[in-house]
Design a protein around this ligand. Structure first.
Ligand code: NDP
Length: 448
């Protein structure tokens, strides 16, 4: 609970300045709560005012995105980019295309991204963007026209030394390709470093598609090994989502000896006690862009259930929520604990509600918070930027090895910070504190 008088004041100001933005307020509250032990032992943070500056975005951009659908009808969406903090590097963070995108969601994601990027130890500030455009059910031509219109405004705000967007929900290699093409057309420059998540043929990095899911498993494996002398081997795993993060988390968890028995999309979940057949899922999601319910047509031994929440009633040892924010609530957390879950690590951003997180921490369940556990994607984006600057491409093995090293480091930095704060093993506190110290130090050195 937030009890420190000074931090409560900061939080009240955030609420007053950002009314009707529950996701952003939730993300700020969680971080301020974690910073309490630090602020109480280091008066310079309060004295300098750095925390007041830290919770206010440097810049928030909102713009109109007009595009024509296949029937020749004009459609209007809204585009956003928050350039939240550039203290330790150019703004960096994905673009999300989803009907739920709004200023609150963009600001919460951008705020989380500052600390996540700091944890990677790479020189990247925090940003995020997107649109309320829904790519579902749109033709390739419609997606292309939307992406071109989106970039026609966004291009003036980004650059390899300014702000480097990537993908997120609804934005994969197809969308990044269309946006890069439009950027190149407008500027007449092949600035490979302006976007990450590019395809291999024009400057992408090997392992980038796999990085968030693989990184999540590397982080979880290190957490299990150091805090419980355990591993993925022989464990039953439930993963929510069936997108980029969920698919590659399933692939790596399986390679590490676990059995993944469930996945979901926004309409329902599949339960396959024999272990998910990932080739079938990849074909449904990556090739056909169809619903996860198709899975049971090809694997009749599996079950499909409407609705997503039921996925957390499946008995498992490890739960990896990889779909979206606030998808795992208090009720689901209680069921998971009752069913004997020993480890939860967040692949999505803020998938567990604060109440659910508390249930896990109180029950002694190992808990990997998103900004540490899912940092593998942005870390590999950082490696993509390095390769673009060097005009070199590293092999799959080279990038994968660097990713493993980064995820292990993130775990140890967060764990060590939790010890320093007197909260040993609480990686929520550890990740927030470790990420914050570096950014705050740079901000104070720059002056306000
Ligand atoms: P994708 O668009 O590839 O996949 C998202 C998946 O989650 C889809 O299966 C989608 O189903 C499902 N989903 C979305 N909303 C809900 C919902 N309300 N309930 C249940 N399922 C839902 O996105 P990503 O895999 O890239 O991203 C997933 C999460 O991981 C996000 O929180 C993102 O911010 C985070 N993340 C992603 C990174 C990356 O590199 N891609 C990096 C770090 C974090 P449907 O298709 O039906 O909408």
């Amino acid at each position: 609970m937030l009890t420190n008088k000074y931090l409560l004041g900061v939080y009240e100001t955030v609420k007053a300045r950002n009314p009707g933005e529950p996701e952003f307020q939730q993300a700020v509250e969680e971080v301020l709560e974690s910073l309490q032990p630090l602020v109480e032992t280091h008066p310079e943070y309060e004295k300098s005012g750095v925390i007041e500056a830290f919770v206010e975005p440097e810049r928030f951009i909102s713009f109109r995105v007009p595009w024509y659908d296949d029937n020749g009808k004009l459609r209007i969406n809204r585009g956003y980019r928050v350039q939240f903090n550039s203290a330790i590097g150019p703004y960096k963070g994905g673009l999300r295309f989803h009907p739920t995108v709004c200023p609150s969601v963009i600001k919460f994601l951008g705020f989380e991204q500052i600390l996540k990027n700091s944890l990677t130890t790479l020189p990247m500030g925090g940003g995020k963007g997107g649109s309320d455009f829904d790519p579902k059910g749109k033709s390739d031509a419609e997606v292309m026209r939307f992406c071109q219109s989106f970039m026609t405004e966004l291009y003036r705000h980004i650059g390899q030394f300014t702000d480097v967007p990537a993908g997120d929900i609804g934005v994969g290699a197809r969308e990044i390709g269309y946006m890069f093409g439009q950027y190149k057309r407008i500027t007449d420059r092949f600035d490979a470093g302006v976007l990450t998540g590019k395809s291999l043929s024009y400057g992408g990095s090997l392992v980038r598609p796999e990085a968030t899911g693989y990184g999540l498993c590397y982080f979880t494996q290190e957490m299990l090994s150091c805090m419980k002398k355990d591993s993925f081997e022989g464990k039953t795993v439930v993963i929510s989502g069936a997108g980029n993060v969920a698919i590659f988390a399933t692939e790596k968890a399986t390679a590490l000896g676990a059995k993944v028995v469930a996945l979901c999309d926004s309409t329902g979940y599949i339960h396959d006690p024999n272990g998910i057949n990932l080739d079938v899922v990849k074909d449904i999601k990556l090739n056909r862009r169809a619903r996860i319910s198709e899975y049971v047509k090809e694997v009749p031994s599996a079950e499909y259930h409407d609705g997503c929440k039921g996925i957390w009633t499946i008995k498992c040892d490890i739960a990896l929520p990889c779909a979206t924010q606030n998808e795992l609530d208090e009720e689901s957390a209680k069921i998971l604990v009752k069913n004997g879950v020993c480890c939860v690590a967040e692949g999505a951003n803020m998938p567990c509600t604060p109440e659910a997180t508390k249930i896990f921490l109180d029950a002694g369940v190992l808990f990997g918070p998103a900004k540490a556990a899912n940092a593998g994607g942005v870390a590999t984006s950082g490696l993509e930027m390095s390769q673009n600057s060097l005009r070199l491409s590293w092999t799959f093995e080279e990038v994968d090895e660097k990713l493993q090293g980064i995820m292990k480091n993130i775990f140890h930095n967060a764990y060590d910070a939790s010890v320093t704060c007197g909260k040993e093993g609480n990686l929520v506190v550890g990740a927030n504190v470790a990420g914050f110290i570096k950014v705050a130090d740079a901000m104070m050195r720059h002056g306000f």
